[in-house]
Design a protein around this ligand. Structure first.
Ligand code: HEC
Ligand code: HEC
Length: 357
């Protein structure tokens, strides 16, 4: 109960979940016919979508204020990379919707990776992490880039922990976050802290207001886009709270994806990790929250516009050639998933300036 109360307090402190008054937006004068249509669409939407909760709770990682604070500092700390050039925030910049807007990202020594950096906002809701689902949750995932040879390049976990132990400030922060641990500065606790922080990175938008019953939060045009999204079949893979992030799917189901990007190397998704034949071409349907802002698209970041991404999806996942009008309508809907993210969420923590002094 104590934890729940805290969780709600956190949500409010972060400014999430709070009612965003329709403020300067002009109130649409909806006639009774429009109201009925919107009510019908709300019922339909509820069959497939859910509003975002305030935070992504997990039984194995209780969210506490101290853990989230530590997690955010670690998230922004360049010292988690070998030469100190990059932090999690370099590739997943909270100022730009949790991505770097690059096709692929440079690691600590500038070497480029092979896959696009997905957003960390709302990632905790995914049933697996990475494009190929090779990590089970944000806690497991958080440990992996630190020792990855083309990402943060730290020698190993012990080396990372030993570096953290040279900071007295970190010793205090870990102690506060894990008060019952005899040796709180550990790699496990680092993963839990970053995971707890990521569980607060939740971004509701006007779509949530609509799902919560405010039918005037979305225009008929936007709702018509939602209808197109549903009837076209996108909801087969993009549904729930984050419109995706569920079971891996074969991509492409129809034709070849590389023909659109001109890529000469084929990324086989989950197979790259497991080398099991039946895992070939398995990818996670990416969640679509803030998708307007998380360009470029797809696992290789080779698709620049959202319209093009939607067109390719129609062809490769549904075997449908969508008209320009259908694409525009779907994109109008997808833009309602863009959130207004509070300033304090995006800002680097002040502690960063003194943590290594
Ligand atoms: C050099 C760039 C880079 C750095 C630094 C980096 N990441 Fe990533 N991150 C990526 C890429 C690229 C992927 C996708 C890789 C894949 O799917 O194979 C990814 C995937 C993820 C995902 C999965 C999201 C999803 O939709 O599946 C999460 C969560 C994440 N990173 C969090 C972090 C955290 C936390 C840190 C710091 C400890 C971090 N990343 C550091 C590039 C980076
Ligand atoms: C059969 C499952 C499936 C269906 C149906 C489907 N998608 Fe996807 N979607 C995926 C997968 C898998 C990916 C990840 C592709 C990759 O790995 O590059 C994806 C990625 C996307 C992306 C790129 C997201 C990003 O951040 O890069 C968008 C946009 C998208 N889908 C929109 C749609 C739309 C709109 C429809 C309906 C026209 C649709 N999808 C239908 C499975 C599906």
């Amino acid at each position: 109960m104590k934890n729940l109360t805290w969780t709600l307090a956190l949500a409010l402190a972060l400014g999430f979940g709070a009612c965003k008054g329709s403020g300067d937006e002009k109130k649409e004068q909806t006639n009774p016919e429009e109201q009925t249509k919107k009510m019908e669409l709300l019922e339909r939407a509820k069959l497939y979508f859910k509003p975002l909760p305030a935070v992504a709770l997990a039984e194995h990682n209780e969210i506490t204020e101290e853990k989230v604070k530590l997690g955010k500092i670690l998230y922004f700390d360049n010292k988690l990379s070998e030469t100190g050039n990059i932090s999690c925030n370099s590739c997943h910049d909270l100022n730009t919707f949790g991505v770097d807007n690059l096709p692929v990202s440079p690691g600590d020594d500038g070497t480029l990776g092979t896959r696009n950096s997905p957003t960390v906002f709302n990632a905790a809701f995914h049933t697996t992490q990475f494009w190929d689902g090779r990590a089970k949750d944000v806690e497991e995932q958080a440990g992996m880039p630190i020792t990855n040879p083309v990402e943060m390049m730290m020698v190993d976990e012990d080396y990372t922990v030993n570096r953290l132990k040279t900071s007295n400030a970190y010793a205090d922060l870990f102690k506060a976050a894990f008060p019952n641990d005899a040796d709180p500065v550990s790699f496990e606790n680092l993963k839990l802290a970053i995971g707890a922080f990521e569980r607060t990175l939740v971004t509701p938008s006007k779509f949530d207001e609509f799902l919560n019953g405010n039918i005037d939060a979305m225009s008929l045009e936007e709702l018509s886009g939602m209808e197109t999204f549903i009837t076209t079949g996108c909801i087969a893979c993009h549904k729930g709270e984050v419109l995706g992030g569920g079971a891996l799917q074969k991509f492409p189901l129809f034709g070849s994806y590389e023909e659109f990007t001109g890529a000469t190397v084929v990324d086989y998704g989950k197979y790259e990790e497991t080398k099991v034949e039946s895992d070939k071409h398995l990818f996670k349907p990416q969640s679509l929250r803030n998708v307007e802002k998380t360009y470029p698209y797809m696992h290789d970041g080779k698709v620049e516009s959202l319209e093009e991404a939607v067109r390719i999806m129609g062809l490769t996942s549904l075997n449908k050639t969508l008209s320009d009008k259908e694409i525009a309508s779907i994109v109008t809907f997808l833009k309602t998933l863009t959130a207004d993210i509070p300033e304090d969420v995006k800002q680097a923590p002040d502690e960063l300036l003194t943590i290594w002094q």
